[in-house]
Design a protein around this ligand. Structure first.
Ligand SMILES: [Fe+2]
Ligand SMILES: [Fe+2]
Length: 199
C-alpha cells in the first residue's frame, strides 16, 4: 500500500515557508525537496528538448529517429511525474517551474544525438548530487527513491553513446534509420520503476 492510499486523520502539513512536514510528522529533508523540485524542471526541460529533436527528424522524414526521440521525450516526462509522486507521497511541497527553451535548429542528423548525450551526462550528475544530498541528510526514503534513477541514467548514457557512434559512422540517413528500426523496440514498462503521478 502506498502512503497516498492510506487513511489518515487531519493532515498535519504545516503552512507556508516551504515546510515539508509529512502526514506522519516526519520530515523529508528540505535540501532534498528543493533539489528534487529543481530536478522536476530539468526533466521537463529534457522532455521539451527531446521533443525538438523528434520534430527535427520528423521534418526530415526520418520516422525511426523521430519515434525514438518522441519516446525519449515521454520517458523524461514520466521521470518528472515520478518525482512529483514522491513529493506528494511524502507530504512535501511540489513547486512547478518554467522549462528551458530547447534548441530547435540542428546542422545535421548527428547534432541532436550529440546534444542528447551531453544532456544525459548532465542529468546523471544531477541525479548523483540528489542521492548524495539524501545521504548527507540521512533521509533513507529519499536515498532509496533515487536508486532507480541511478540505474536509469547508466542505461540512458549508454544508449545515447551507442546511437551517437552509429549516427557518426552511418553511411547516410537510411543506414541510420535501418539501424534504429532493427535495434530499438518498445521494451514495455519497467516493473521496478517508481509510481508516477497521474498514471
Ligand atoms: Fe530523465
Ligand atoms: Fe534521460
Amino acid at each position: 500500500m502506498r502512503l497516498s492510499d492510506a487513511t489518515f486523520g487531519e493532515p498535519c502539513l504545516s503552512g507556508g515557508g516551504g515546510d515539508v512536514l509529512t502526514r506522519f510528522g516526519a520530515m523529508t529533508a528540505p535540501r532534498f525537496v528543493t533539489l528534487l523540485n529543481e530536478q522536476i524542471g530539468h526533466e521537463f526541460s529534457a522532455h521539451q528538448q527531446y521533443l525538438a529533436c523528434a520534430v527535427h527528424y520528423d521534418a526530415l522524414t526520418m520516422p525511426q529517429m523521430a519515434g525514438f526521440f518522441y519516446a525519449q521525450a515521454m520517458e523524461e516526462r514520466s521521470h518528472a511525474m515520478m518525482m512529483v509522486r514522491f513529493l506528494l507521497d511524502t507530504g512535501a511541497r511540489v513547486e512547478l517551474s518554467g522549462v528551458a527553451v530547447p534548441q530547435t535548429r540542428f546542422a545535421d542528423v548527428v547534432e541532436p544525438v550529440a546534444l542528447a548525450l551531453e544532456q544525459e551526462k548532465r542529468v546523471t550528475e544531477q541525479i548523483h548530487a540528489l542521492t548524495r544530498t539524501a545521504r548527507e541528510e540521512d533521509d533513507l526514503a529519499a536515498e532509496q527513491f533515487m536508486q532507480w534513477f541511478i540505474k536509469e541514467q547508466v542505461e540512458e548514457v549508454a544508449s545515447m553513446s551507442t546511437l551517437l557512434a552509429v549516427a557518426t559512422r552511418a553511411a547516410g540517413v537510411d543506414a541510420l534509420e535501418d539501424w534504429v528500426a532493427r535495434e530499438h523496440h518498445d521494451e514495455g514498462g519497467d516493473p521496478t520503476a517508481p509510481p508516477a503521478a497521474g498514471a
